[in-house]
Structures are given as structure tokens and as C-alpha cells.
Design a protein around this ligand. Structure first.
Ligand code: PAD
Ligand code: ZN
Ligand code: ZN
Length: 376
């Protein structure tokens, strides 16, 4: 059936209000407008950031909304003016776009395109309308990705075309988790061979950071988590030792400074908690230690720390989507994966049919899963 230019009715998980489980609904998805594409999502992962929205921790999200930002799919149809994508192409929607024209896109040192949700809301398409509706009500987009829907509409600046042979159930991890952690180590920290790293939080982001630290040649990688069941996998990915802050009476940063004779070269916060952000900074060595914030703290959070930490030569950075300029880098990352440059398959702890999405969130909240992949 030729669906192009027609409204498609399909399944989606709608978040009607804060704090409620997602509801599987039949939604209407309009055809793509100018410079947009409609994608049939094949697989999507569940990331902690989606959970932050469900819990109301992130400001500026309108409801009802279709969440999801770690997906992989196939172009169903393209809107006017789209020249670089065609129906049938395998693609990954990008939660950080790359417009190629703004001052950040033109600056080689950042991936923070000014079209991102950090600067203006991505609850609607660029023309300020939605392509989704359900039961006669408008449903909002999320990060321009909304991958918790069998079909979604995305602006072309937020879509990367990937290798035709890429397995979709793994490729979706390049839409957030893997790219974010791996890039934070490679691009943001620029971990060097022989260095010592500390990774706070061993979920999908933390484990991907470990993969990055290892491939950059770090000789010692310390994993930190309050859930011991994460340690085995962390070691498989390259952690040389794992510690639980609850096993010590003194603060974890003091433990790490002692273990490493003054502090680590690189630390990464992959939790989203201001206490562990501070602990990660204080775990760094004076003079040359660098700490990278990857975890997303609640919108209203503030942090206080001693300026002496930075005065004495430590560097504090943040990393969004691993520093990758998304549209050009994601296809290369997927190709590198196909050439076995890194193995991320172990990040997928569970696979469920899409309609069991709430079970996927339960697995995340109970600490049992790394990434649950939902298949349509
Ligand atoms: P996750 O919940 O799977 O992993 C977090 C891990 O931290 C779990 O294993 C917890 O047990 C552990 N943890 C929790 N509290 C503590 C603590 N006090 N001390 C030590 N360990 C603790 O989440 P995730 O890996 O999907 O995401 C991690 C964060 O990264 C989260 O805040 C998410 O919103 C953020 C994120 N950032 C980006 C980005 O571009 N910067 C992208 C995607 C996700
Ligand atoms: Zn994410
Ligand atoms: Zn841009």
C-alpha cells in the first residue's frame, strides 16, 4: 500500500501526564512537511532521560507527549525539499541535530547545534505544529525523535542515514547510549593511553564510557556503582576494578584519591546526581585531572563546590551526545561497529515487544536492565 502523503494510523506509547505509565494507543501520524521525513521505527531503546521526563524531573516538556530518542528505522516517505534521504533508507533519528548552518555547527569544537532542545523547545516540529494526534487531541514531539511510535516524523537535520546492513536492534544504541558514553571518553575527555579513569554509574551510559576509555588505551578503569550487580558487565567491558560507595565509611572521592595516589586523570559522572558530580570532580588529580559530566541532573538542580578544585588545575567539562557532530558522525560510528571496531552487543540486557514498554521501564527502575530494546 502506498502510504506516502497519507495520514498513518499506528501504535505509539503516549505519556498523557507526569508520573503515569505510558499508554499504548492508536495515534495518527501526518505526512512529513517540507524538509521532514517520516520514519518507520523498527527498534528503540529505553534511556534514563525518558524516565526523567515521565517523573517530571525535566522542565519544558508539554504533555501529552510521545517520548523515545534511541531508535532505528526505515524512511517511509520524504517531504518536499529532501534530497539526501529516500524511502527505504535505514536511518537513526538524532536527539541532537546537526543543521550545518548555525554558529555551533560551523565551529569544529562543539556539537551543540543551536537547533537543539537545549536552546529551543523540540516539542513541536520547526514550523511549530505537531504531526501526532490521538483521540482528537494534539500529541507533542520529544527531542524531534519520538521513537516510541511505530511511525514518527523528524526534520532532515535530525536524521542520519546508516549502512544498509546494520542490525536495527543494535543500531538504535547509536541514537543515544553508546554514542554518548563512548564519545565522552574519546572526544570530550580525550582519554590518553596509560591513563587512569573513574566512571561513576554503570548503566548504559557508564558502560559505553568504559568502552571508550578502554579503546583509548586507559590502563586503569575504576567503575563505581551502588548496585553491585553491574560490576560483572563493567569488567567485561574493560573496568579493571569496581567499587561500591556503600562499602566505605569515608566519601568515595577520598577512597579513589587514595587508591590512585592523588586522583585519576579522567572521571565521568554517568548518573545525573549533583553529589556524584562533585565527587567525580574531587576524584581528579590536582593540576591535570579532568572531570566530565554526562548525567542529566533535574532542571532545577544547583551545585556548590570549592573553586580551589579548579584553581589548582582541574578541568570540569560537560558532554552531550558524546561531543559527536551527529549527522556526519553516526553513520561512521555504525560503519566502525560493522567492522568490529568495538563490541557493544552486551549493552542490550533485555529485548521486549514494543507493547511491553512499561515493563521495560520497570526493569530500568529496579536496576535490573542496562538497555531494554523494544521491537515493533
Ligand atoms: P542508568 O539508570 O541505567 O544508570 C545509572 C547507574 O548509576 C545505575 O547503575 C545506578 O545503580 C547508578 N547509581 C545511581 N545512584 C548512584 C550513586 N549515588 N552512586 C553510584 N552509582 C549510582 O542510566 P543511563 O546509563 O541510561 O543514564 C545515565 C545518566 O546519563 C542519566 O542521568 C541520563 O539522563 C544521562 C544521559 N545523558 C546524555 C548526554 O548526552 N549527556 C545522554 C543520555 C543520557
Ligand atoms: Zn538518552
Ligand atoms: Zn546547527
Amino acid at each position: 500500500m502506498d502510504t506516502a502523503r497519507k495520514v498513518i494510523k499506528c501504535k505509539a506509547a503516549v505519556a498523557w501526564e507526569v508520573g503515569k505509565p505510558l499508554a499504548i494507543e492508536e495515534v495518527e501520524v501526518e505526512p512529513p512537511k517540507v524538509h521532514e521525513v517520516r520514519i518507520k521505527i523498527i527498534a528503540t531503546g529505553i534511556c534514563r532521560t525518558d524516565d526523567h521526563v515521565i517523573k517530571g524531573a525535566l522542565e519544558g516538556i508539554d504533555f501529552p507527549v510521545i517520548l523515545g530518542h534511541e531508535g532505528a528505522g526505515i524512511i517511509e516517505s520524504v517531504g518536499e525539499g529532501v534530497t539526501d534521504l529516500k524511502p527505504g533508507d535505514k536511518v537513526i533519528p538524532l536527539c541532537i541535530p546537526q543543521c550545518g548552518r548555525c554558529s555551533s555547527c560551523l565551529n569544529p569544537n562543539t556539537n551543540c547545534c543551536l537547533k537543539t532542545h537545549l536552546i529551543e523547545s523540540q516539542n513541536l516540529m520547526p514550523d511549530k505544529t505537531s504531526r501526532f494526534s490521538c483521540k482528537g487531541k494534539i500529541v507533542y514531539h520529544f527531542l524531534w525523535t519520538s521513537t516510541f511510535s511505530e511511525y514518527t516524523v523528524v526534520p532532515v537535520d535530525a536524521v542520519a542515514k546508516i549502512d544498509d546492513g546494520a542490525p536495527m536492534d543494535k543500531a538504535c544504541l547509536f541514537g543515544c547510549g553508546f554514542s554518548t558514553g563512548y564519545g565522552a571518553a574519546i572526544n570530550t575527555a580525550k582519554v590518553d593511553p596509560g591513563s587512569t579513569c573513574a566512571v561513576f554509574g554503570l548503566g548504559g551510559i557508564g558502560l559505553s564510557t568504559i568502552i571508550g576509555c578502554k579503546s583509548a588505551g586507559a590502563s586503569r578503569i575504576i567503575g563505581i556503582d551502588i548496585n553491585k550487580s553491574k560490576f560483572e558487565k563493567a569488567k567485561q567491558f574493560g573496568a579493571t576494578e569496581c567499587i561500591n560507595p556503600e562499602d566505605f565509611t569515608k566519601p568515595i572521592q577520598e577512597v579513589i584519591v587514595e587508591m590512585t595516589n592523588g586522583g585519576v586523570h579522567y572521571s565521568f559522572e554517568c548518573i545525573g546526581n549533583t553529589d556524584t558530580m562533585k565527587a567525580a570532580l574531587e576524584s581528579c588529580h590536582l593540576g591535570y585531572g579532568t572531570s566530565v559530566i554526562i548525567g542529566e541532573a533535574p532542571s532545577a538542580a544547583q551545585i556548590s563546590f570549592s573553586p580551589l578544585m579548579l584553581f589548582t588545575g582541574r578541568t570540569w567539562k560537560g558532554s552531550i551526545f558524546g561531543g559527536w557532530k551527529s549527522k556526519e558522525s553516526v553513520p561512521r560510528l555504525v560503519t566502525d561497529y560493522m567492522k568490529n571496531k568495538f563490541n557493544l552487543d552486551g549493552l542490550v540486557s533485555h529485548t521486549l515487544p514494543f507493547v511491553q514498554i512499561n515493563e521495560g521501564f520497570d526493569l530500568l527502575r529496579s536496576g535490573k536492565s542496562i538497555r531494554t530494546i523494544l521491537m515493533f
